[in-house]
Write a protein that binds this ligand. Structure first.
Ligand code: C2E
Ligand code: CA
Ligand code: CA
Ligand code: CA
Length: 279
């Protein structure tokens, strides 16, 4: 007979129990991940119509001595339940800026996109501490794109708008990540200093699964909306040449996905020739 653990009146299956154990294990080991220097950074290129890398998205990686490699899809939501996400987020910001400084020193003209969680952006000192870090490394603010999800925007819209306005005035740019999967109202979008809409992979997936290539009405709508709002559009999770062709035909500005490159550890990019300053 199948064992099930009693939790009051409800019963949890073995699978559910294993999931819960895993959750607890991640939660307890995550605290030490930073001290034990188990986090690292991967960078994934974002390319223009010519296939030239113009920027990178910074993606955190965790190799735990106890749990092995844990994907951000598993540990970021758990980190977001507590203040740990702010510590991880600060580490990611610092590490990304450090890397960008090294790229700039080698003459590469690149921007970088950093994922910012809701809990981070509502910290009262978020803007000032980010500005302090960027100044410390001597990086032009225009080179830093901050990726926020629609969910992060609506948590505390007044605080978030204030912080975004402050940072935008200093030259930072904002991208709305996973656009179309949340529920930000169009009114918000008009009010906030946004530079880019990032079309979620689930919509890009639609494009290639249609054998007759008649595309995805949602992708079309987001690209049109970006144009109407006078911001750029970028597609994530681009995996096939058909998707690239379709997105270009619709006027999508930039692309990111396995078709161009998987996210690779920072060291990989230190040994790669990137686009050099032209002006
Ligand atoms: P995201 O911001 O939507 O990042 C895109 C995810 O899609 C990344 O997964 C990336 O590796 C993956 N990806 C990129 N191109 C392709 C493709 O062509 N095909 C497929 N199948 N996947 C692709 P990853 O690195 O596992 O990150 C998952 C999520 O974890 C991210 O989703 C983001 O929400 C979160 N995350 C990652 N790093 C950070 C971070 O430093 N801070 C915060 N707050 N969240 C992070
Ligand atoms: Ca992102
Ligand atoms: Ca995304
Ligand atoms: Ca996504």
């Amino acid at each position: 007979a199948k064992k099930s653990a009693p939790f009051g009146l409800c019963h949890i299956s073995d699978d559910g129990m294993q999931e819960f154990d895993r959750y607890l294990a991640i939660k307890s080991h995550l605290r030490q991940a930073l001290e034990k220097q188990e986090l690292s950074l991967s960078l994934q290129p974002q390319v223009n119509h010519q296939g030239v890398t113009t920027s990178f998205e910074a993606l955190v990686r965790w190799h735990s001595s106890e749990l092995g490699t844990v994907s951000p899809g598993d540990f970021i939501p758990i980190a977001e339940e507590s203040h740990i996400i702010c510590d991880i987020g600060n580490w990611v910001i610092d590490e990304t800026l450090k890397t960008l400084k090294q790229f700039i020193a080698r003459g590469f003209d690149l921007c970088v996109a950093i994922n910012i969680s809701a809990k981070q952006i509502v910290q009262l000192d978020f803007a000032s501490s980010l500005l302090a870090r960027v100044n410390y490394y001597g990086i032009p603010t225009q080179m830093v794109m901050l990726e926020l999800t629609e969910t992060a925007l609506v948590v505390d819209i007044d605080t978030v708008k204030h912080t975004m306005d402050q940072l935008a005035k200093c030259g930072f740019r904002f991208s709305i990540d996973d656009f179309g999967t949340g529920y930000s109202s169009l009114a918000y979008l008009k009010e906030l200093p946004i530079s880019e809409l990032k079309i979620d992979k689930i919509f890009i997936d639609d494009v290639s699964t249609r054998s007759n290539h008649n595309g995805s009405p949602i992708v079309d709508a987001i690209i049109d909306m970006a144009r109407a709002l006078n911001v750029t559009s970028i597609a994530e999770g681009v995996e096939t040449p058909e998707q690239v062709e379709y997105l270009i035909s619709k006027g999508c500005n930039r692309f990111q996905g396995y078709y161009f490159s998987k996210p690779m550890p920072v060291e990989h990019w230190h040994n790669t020739n990137l686009s050099t300053k032209t002006s």
